[in-house]
Ligand binder design. Structure first.
Ligand code: TMP
Length: 209
């Protein structure tokens, strides 16, 4: 694969959108083409599935159904948008990917190993070159998200759900330190950007970009 696949992860209110714009700027200044996308979503079909997933009126959705819809949205996104962009040599920046399903569905919903197995089919084995985990305390993140607007179906979950999600992210970062970089999201926006840029400089050097 010629391009680079970069993902951002973290609980709600971690400040992912601001840092995605900074990452875009980093690569655009190098004259590279950047594709900015998100999960669930990114394609017509996946955005329709997003509406179902986040709709507050879908109170009867079972946890397994939820996990499979996230995986279905991802399967379409990978094949229709992400892989073709990487094959062209573009930089793909994705707001959330499989780690979100592991954190929210395997740990938050306590579905366990089934989540990784289903998602290995959804991604066909595609894994990011680097993942930034914006680490924010769940209570602080939720307060920020609530201030920014109405909470969606997942955001409305109780705080203990969000603490399980947090523990999921912590374990993913511990298990895959080469790929997943923990970023202190309680720091200033500029310090967070500088921290991310250091990792991106190192990644570009290693890839000859
Ligand atoms: P967003 O608010 O960052 O756009 O993400 C939508 C919500 O979906 C967020 O609360 C996290 C959740 N989510 C999962 O539970 N599993 C997943 O696989 C993904 C991608 C998101």
């Amino acid at each position: 694969m010629k391009g680079l696949f970069i993902t951002l992860e973290g609980g709600d209110g971690a400040g992912k959108s601001t840092q995605i714009r900074n990452i875009e700027r980093f690569f655009e200044e190098k004259g590279l083409l950047v594709v900015h996308t998100r999960e669930p979503g990114g394609t017509h079909i996946s955005e329709k599935l997003r509406e179902i997933l986040l709709d507050n009126s879908n109170t009867e959705m079972s946890d397994v159904t939820e996990m499979m819809i996230y995986a279905a949205a991802r399967a379409q996104h990978v094949r229709e948008l992400i892989l073709p962009a990487l094959e062209r040599g573009d930089i793909v920046i994705c707001d959330r990917f499989v780690d979100s399903s592991v954190a929210y569905q395997a740990y938050g919903r306590e579905l366990g190993d089934m989540v990784s197995i289903v998602n290995s089919y959804a991604t066909g084995g595609l894994s990011p070159d680097i993942t930034f985990w914006l680490d924010i305390d769940p209570a602080a993140g939720r307060a920020r998200a609530a201030k920014a607007g109405d909470l969606d179906r997942l955001e409305q979950e109780k705080l203990d759900f969000h603490y399980r999600v947090y523990e999921g992210y912590r374990l993913i970062a511990e298990k895959e330190p080469d790929r997943v970089k923990r970023i202190d999201a309680s720091d200033t926006v500029d310090n967070i950007r500088d921290n991310i840029y250091e990792y991106l400089d190192a990644l570009c050097r290693s890839k000859g970009i």
